[in-house]
Each structure stands twice: as structure tokens, then as C-alpha cells.
Design a protein around this ligand. Structure first.
Ligand SMILES: [Zn+2]
Length: 495
């Protein structure tokens, strides 16, 4: 999801007087922006080195403001001690002004031997710029937009070719400037969502009305054919305008976008701007309708996968599991296992995660709230942390925390300790092979693990109170897994 507007706090003179009287008002002013200071305050230095593995990414660790080289190096090292990667923004606007701000951080990251991390959403905004040249065209030659994606003016997927060089040039300028300065980009992501070709909501109906769409895609009435073509175009614009210009200058970069990851042809979650239209192909699971998803990852040229594991409020009413926590856990594990199973081992998985229920209200998802739908119950902290462990033991390489400003502290308090503790098992995280992607269809015993030769790092979580050992098959042998709540265990496979 996109970052919300950042709240601003204004103090009146009276309030300022009250603050001056409070003891904490005398605390030294931080030399870092508020978001960065919060990350430092909410995390501790790692006990176990992260080695050469990817850092932990946190939305509040984006944007360090203007720092000189010495400050940048100090900050990069402070965050690296905690395993956190500092991210710089590549923004539209003045290239020079943006580079003046980001290059000290990049130089510091190179000096410290950590990845140079970039957030580039601003550069991709937007292919559909609202101009008539991007609109659909009806039978009378009148331009029109699909307005079923909130405020966005979604145009014709076959009329945005001219936008590709505009956006590619923005990306290329930054990528070239970094390359010229000898600063190799390590990780670059975008949160590019409601823009470009999309098949959901009433996009297909808009294309059916459009003479350009009908000319290019005679099978426009066939949803699967429509989806295939729309996703092909969506992947193509991401590759040409973003992945290629980055990789051209930084061949070793991890480049990717929110919600883009290899999968089995089905998507187990809905984004906040996506609605299901009756008749579209879907798999039913209790009240959930998992949508058919085209193979849209490979053609992007992306070099890392970015699944999204959030407790979206509408997920709560899809299932009737008790304990209710299993509804969140089950859906999250379906998404993470799908990415884990289908992503090649040489493509890192950097999963977006979030704990607070993402609640945009049932009414906003018209037609999906079943009769008697209940307000979602917040997932427990312990279940969320168990889910994070199981994700790591099913191929997730690292996490990317998304959250709103008011959620920052709590989200980091839950996520960082799990990620930090997992570093004790670095060898398994780096070289271990997931032993299972199975997701139990009812609350019970869930086992995940990474195998390294005959040793298996295992996590077992019980949702139905089982305490006895369970036996699972691993690499053709039986492995007995005792209950050990809240802990990992390293077991050995028999001869
Ligand atoms: Zn069209």
C-alpha cells in the first residue's frame, strides 16, 4: 500500500510552554529525522551477525534527510548493527537536488560494505497521467477513463507506449548517475500499484467499450484471454521503463515491485483497490474466492520477489476457523508458501509484512461482505510472530515492513526481535531447503523447516492444543517433531 500522508504536529505557544516544563523536553535533539530516530529507539543491536544475508527493511527507515558523509556513515553503521537497511528515495523533480541528498548515504553504504537501497515509486508515477492521449476511445470517438479504481483515471492499456520512454528516462538518469559515481545499487523497489494495465474491477467492461482495445484484442470478452494480454502489457512496461534501465547500469541489483512474485496461478489475497466481479474465474475456499492470476513475474525481468502478507480486514469473514487467529495465519501462510514454492532459489523473496489489521471497512468492498459479516478481530502478537517464523522456514529471505506512522513503533517491536533471533540460524537461512509448503485446511499442527544435509531447523505451532509428537516425511525419511511451543529446534534425520 502507498504511504499515507505523514501527520504534522503543530504546537501552540501555550502547548510549547507546557512542553518546556516537562522533563523530557530537555532531552538532546536527535541528529536524525523523527522516522529514523524511532527505528533506532525501537531496535537493538543484533546478537548474531546477519553475515552476507539481506538486511531487514522497514518503511520508517526510508529517507534520512540531508546528511554529510560523516553523519551518513555513522547512521548507516548504527542501523547495520541492528540489521536494518537504510533506504534512499529517488524522486521526481530536481535530479541534482535529489542526488545531493542521496549520494552521501550511498557512499557510506559502499564504504560500510552494505547494500545501497533505493525506493523509486515516485519515478514511475504515473503511466496513466490523466491525459487524453492515454484514454480509452468509445464508438463515437470520445475518450473515456475507467473510474472504478478510486481517484485514478485508468486509461487504455494499448495507448501508453509513449509513456514508457518518459519514465524510462527518469530511471535511467538516476541509475546512470550512481554508476558514474561508482556506486552500485544493491536493492531497488517500487510500490507501483494503481496505474498501467490492470484487469480488475470494471477494467474489462471499459475495454469492451473501447475501439482500440477491441481492435488489439478481439477476444476481449474472454476474461482469461483478457487477463493474459493485460498482464503481458503490465509486465512489459515494468521491464522496459524500470527493470531494464536499472539492470543496464547495475547488473547485480535486486530490482522488484510490490506484489510481484512467482506463484501457482492463483492469488489468495485482494488488495484494497481490487474488487471481484462475478463470473471471473476463482477457486472457492469457504467464503473466499481466490482469483486466477496470470504468469506476470518472469517478463518483468525482476530479480527478487515481493509477496504481500497482510491481515486485510475482509479476510476475517472468509473463514470460520476457531481460534480466529488461524484465519489470519492460514491466509498468510498460503500466500507465503505459494511464493516460497514457486520462486527459483536464486531469486530472493523479500515479503511485505504487517501486523495491525488493514481495515478499510467492509462497506468499501461492496458485494463481498457476507450477510452477518463481523468486524475483524485483531491477530494476536504471538500468532503474528509465529507466522513470521514459518515464512522464514518456507523460503522468505527477509521482510519489508509496511505500516502507517502511528503503527511504526508497535510494528517494529513485533517484527525486529523475530528477524534478529532468526540470525542465529544463518546457515539454515542461507543454504537450507524448505521441507514443506503444506498449509493445514483446519486449525491443528503446523510444521515448517529448512533442511541442511541431515539436519533440519524446525518450527512447530499448534492451533488445537496438540502436545504429542507428529511425524512428517522429509527427503524420503520420517522425521518426528516434538511440540516445543514458541521455539525452533534442530532435529536430525535418521540414516
Ligand atoms: Zn482501450
Amino acid at each position: 500500500m502507498r504511504m499515507r500522508g505523514r501527520g504534522r504536529v503543530c504546537f501552540t505557544l501555550i502547548a510549547a510552554g507546557v512542553l518546556a516544563a516537562a522533563s523530557w523536553a530537555q532531552a538532546p535533539k536527535s541528529e536524525w529525522p523523527k522516522n529514523i530516530q524511532l527505528v533506532l529507539d525501537q531496535t537493538k543491536p543484533l546478537k548474531h551477525s546477519r553475515g552476507g544475508r539481506l538486511p531487514l527493511y522497514l518503511w520508517p527507515a526510508i529517507g534520512a534527510g540531508k546528511l554529510d558523509d560523516a553523519q551518513a556513515l555513522k547512521l548507516v553503521r548504527l542501523l547495520d548493527e541492528r540489521g536494518v537497511g537504510l533506504i534512499s528515495n529517488w524522486n521526481q523533480g530536481s535530479l541534482d537536488a535529489c542526488l545531493t541528498e542521496t549520494l552521501p548515504v550511498a557512499r557510506a553504504q559502499k564504504k560500510a560494505g552494505v547494500p545501497l537501497n533505493i525506493h523509486a515509486s515516485s519515478l514511475l508515477s504515473s503511466f496513466f497521467d490523466g491525459s487524453e492521449a492515454t484514454a480509452h476511445i468509445d464508438d463515437k470517438g470520445k475518450p473515456f477513463f475507467d473510474k472504478t479504481f478510486g481517484n485514478a483515471k485508468m486509461g487504455c492499456p494499448f495507448r501508453l507506449e509513449h509513456r514508457i520512454p518518459v519514465i524510462r528516462d527518469r530511471v535511467r538518469k538516476f541509475a546512470a548517475a550512481y554508476a558514474k559515481a561508482g556506486l552500485p545499487v544493491g536493492f531497488i523497489f517500487t510500490d507501483w500499484e494503481i496505474d498501467g494495465p490492470l484487469e480488475w474491477n470494471h477494467a474489462q467492461a471499459a475495454s469492451q467499450r473501447c475501439v482500440v482495445c477491441r481492435k488489439h484484442l478481439p477476444q476481449v470478452d474472454d476474461f482469461l484471454a483478457y487477463q493474459h494480454e493485460i498482464r503481458r502489457l503490465r509486465s512489459m512496461v515494468q521491464r522496459k521503463a524500470y527493470a531494464e534501465p536499472v539492470l543496464e547500469h547495475h547488473p547485480g541489483a535486486l530490482v522488484g515491485n510490490y506484489a510481484m512474485y512467482p506463484h501457482n496461478g492463483w492469488r489468495y489475497w485482494y488488495d484494497y483497490f481490487e474488487k471481484y466481479i462475478p463470473g471471473q474465474p476463482a477457486l472457492r475456499d469457504q467464503r473466499a474466492l481466490y482469483r486466477h492470476w496470470a504468469n506476470d513475474f518472469e517478463d518483468t525481468g525482476y530479480t527478487f520477489a515481493m509477496p504481500v502478507v497482510y491481515p486485510w480486514s475482509w479476510t476475517w469473514n472468509w473463514y470460520d476457523f476457531e481460534p480466529g487467529d488461524y484465519r489470519w495465519f492460514y491466509n498468510g501462510l498460503l500466500v507465503a508458501s505459494n511464493a516460497g514454492r514457486h520462486t527459483p532459489a536464486n531469486v530472493p523473496i523479500i515479503a511485505f509484512v504487517h501486523w495491525h489489521t488493514v481495515d478499510v471497512g467492509l462497506s468499501e468492498r461492496e458485494g463481498e461482505a457476507p450477510a452477518g459479516a463481523q468486524p475483524a478481530r485483531q491477530m494476536s502478537e504471538s500468532t503474528y510472530q509465529e507466522l513470521l517464523w514459518h515464512m522464514l522456514l518456507r523460503g522468505t529471505d527477509t521482510f519489508f515492513l509496511w505500516c502507517t506512522e502511528k503503527e511504526n513503533a508497535k510494528e517494529i517491536q513485533l517484527l525486529h526481535p523475530v528477524w534478529a533471533a532468526a540470525q542465529a540460524y544463518g546457515e539454515f537461512l542461507e543454504k537450507g531447503v524448505p521441507i514443506t509448503f503444506e498449509v493445514p485446511s483446519k486449525p491443528g499442527t503446523v510444521v515448517s523447516g529448512l533442511r541442511l544435509g541431515r539436519r533440519v531447523l524446525v518450527r512447530r505451532t499448534d492451533f488445537a492444543g496438540d502436545k504429542g509428537p507428529v511425524t512428517i516425511e522429509v527427503a524420503g525419511r520420517n522425521l518426528q517433531v516434538p511440540a516445543l511451543p514458541g521455539q525452533c529446534q534442530i532435529l536430525t534425520l535418521g540414516e
